[in-house]
Every structure is written in structure tokens, then in C-alpha cells.
Design a protein around this ligand. Structure first.
Ligand code: COA
Length: 257
């Protein structure tokens, strides 16, 4: 895989995707979105990759939003298409991957950038990070899942405030409101994500993938999450990982997943 706008690095069971347009604060243009889709799709097919860490290049931004220069002249139809394609190729796509994705928010995460972090399975931020959905200041609304995922994470009232004021919040405010799980210095950001990734990679990949499906089902209209949990729970009993996990426990040894 060769890319113009992202860097992809694999180290044993861990993959790093770095959005690499620092001069544009890693703003997501069409090509970057397509490259991210390709990278995530490939990595998800690779059974040896157990966790993906997503971050931005440089020390200023995770992603400062969708690339405004690309949609400034769009009409209604093109606007709707932009949003739908974004959901399908990147945002919903990441949320529904089998492989856990951790967002390492190393600076500005604004608009489509915060939406990207919110589509990841959880988030860790550096203490310089600033987060917000400034879209209404541009005469538009968040269109990559922000109106849905932000209230899921921070509650309706805080999400309404953030969306209506278009203001940025600090990393510690984000942590207080459940938007990020941890806040550390920039130097500690990737090491902490790696530590969490390592913990995850000791566990069963098939069980984690089933857990992602069951948790996500809680947030999907018309789907009963409890039914999905029952189905996914049952499926686990047919996996090699279940056999290994339970056998290892009974043999008083660590499982080898
Ligand atoms: N789309 C396109 N380009 C962007 C961008 C975006 N979302 N965010 C930043 N950039 C570009 C700037 O145009 C500038 O490019 P230039 O050097 O060719 O002029 C470059 O990145 C650096 O940004 P700049 O604004 O000069 O940095 P700053 O430190 O003064 O301000 C921000 C940082 C994040 C506050 C500011 O860039 C900003 O408000 N960006 C837009 C955020 C936004 O509204 N995102 C939601 C989009 S839907």
C-alpha cells in the first residue's frame, strides 16, 4: 500500500495510521478519506494486527476538520452526497471494524476531525488538545456523525452546547465529560496508547470483535442490542479462542490467542 496523505506503520500486532498533512493541520480531503478507508480495510483483514492507533502528524493537530476548500462551492445534492459517502467509507466503517481503533488526539480535533476520533472505539488526548464541532460557524452542521456520536459520549445537553456555540473545549474538559478516557502530555500520548493496546492484544481477538458488534448494537436504530449480545455470546462458543481461553484457565496457564 502506498499513500500520499497518510503514514502506515506496523509493529508486530500493532498498526499506526498517521494522517500526514501537517501544513493543512491534517484536514481531511477526499484523497485522505479514500486512503484511510483503504488502510483500515487492509489492516482489518490482517489477523495478526490486534489494535490500530490513529493519530495526526506534527504536534499541533490531530485533524482540523474536513477540508473546507473542497466543499465550499457544493450545492444541496453534493452536500448530502459528501456526508453519505463519508459515513460509509470512513466513519461508520471504522466504528464497525473488527479490530479495535484507539484515537490518539495530539492537538486540534475539530469538525470532521473530532467526528473521526468519535468513530474510533475510544480516545486518549494530549493535554494541548482542543476539541469542538465548529460547523455551525460555517453555516452547516456536523455531517460525519457528530450530531449522533457526540450526545452518545457527552450527553445531549453538553453536545447541544458544544454544537450550538461552535466552541472548543480543553482536553481536561473533554475527559470530565467522557469524550476522552485519559489526558497525558504529548510525549506520553503514544506510549499510553501502546500500553492500552498491549493489554487489549493479550485478549481474544474474536471475542473483542464480537464485543464491538454487541456494544455498537446499542446505538443502532431498530436493533435490539440484547438480542445481538445473545447471538454474539453464543457465537463465541464455536471459536478456537473460546476453547483456548477456557482450557488455559482450567490448566492454570496464560491463554495464547
Ligand atoms: N480545511 C482546510 N484547510 C484547513 C482547515 C480545514 N478544516 N483547517 C486548517 N486549514 C489550513 C489553513 O487554511 C492553513 O492553510 P494555509 O497555510 O495554506 O493558509 C493551515 O491549515 C494552517 O491553519 P491556520 O488557520 O493558519 O492555523 P491557526 O493555528 O491560525 O488556526 C485553527 C488553527 C484550527 C483554529 C484554524 O485552522 C481553524 O479554525 N480551522 C478550521 C476548523 C474548522 O472549522 N473545522 C471544521 C470544518 S467542517
Amino acid at each position: 500500500m502506498s499513500f500520499n496523505n497518510i503514514l502506515l506503520e506496523i509493529d508486530d500486532k500493532l498498526a499506526y495510521i498517521t494522517i500526514n498533512r501537517p501544513k493543512k493541520l491534517n484536514a481531511l480531503n477526499k484523497e485522505t478519506i479514500a486512503e484511510l478507508h483503504e488502510a483500515f480495510a487492509e489492516l482489518d483483514l490482517n489477523d495478526t494486527i490486534r489494535v490500530i492507533i490513529l493519530t495526526g502528524s506534527g504536534d499541533k493537530a490531530f485533524v482540523a476538520g474536513a477540508d473546507i476548500s473542497e466543499f465550499a462551492d457544493f450545492d444541496v445534492a453534493n452536500g448530502a452526497k459528501l456526508s453519505k459517502q463519508g459515513h460509509e467509507t470512513l466513519y461508520d466503517f471504522i466504528e464497525n471494524l473488527s479490530t479495535p481503533v484507539i484515537a490518539a488526539i495530539n492537538g486540534f480535533a475539530l469538525g470532521g476531525g473530532l467526528e473521526l476520533a468519535m468513530a474510533c472505539h475510544f480516545r486518549v488526548a494530549s493535554d494541548n488538545a482542543k476539541m469542538g464541532l465548529p460547523e455551525v460557524s460555517l453555516g452547516v452542521i456536523p455531517g460525519y456523525g457528530g450530531t449522533q456520536r457526540l450526545p452518545q459520549l457527552v450527553g445531549k445537553g453538553k453536545a447541544m452546547e458544544m454544537i450550538m456555540t461552535a466552541s472548543m473545549i480543553t482536553a481536561s474538559d473533554a475527559q470530565e465529560n467522557g469524550l476522552v478516557n485519559y489526558v497525558v502530555s504529548q510525549d506520553e500520548l503514544i506510549p499510553l496508547c501502546e500500553k492500552l493496546a498491549k493489554r487489549i492484544s493479550f485478549n481474544s481477538g474474536t471475542a473483542i470483535s464480537a464485543a464491538i458488534k454487541a456494544v455498537n448494537a446499542n446505538f443502532k436504530d431498530g436493533i435490539n442490542g440484547f438480542d445481538v449480545e445473545i447471538e454474539q455470546f453464543g457465537n463465541c462458543f464455536g471459536t478456537d479462542d473460546f476453547e483456548e481461553g477456557t482450557t488455559a484457565f482450567l490448566e492454570k496457564r496464560k491463554p495464547n490467542f
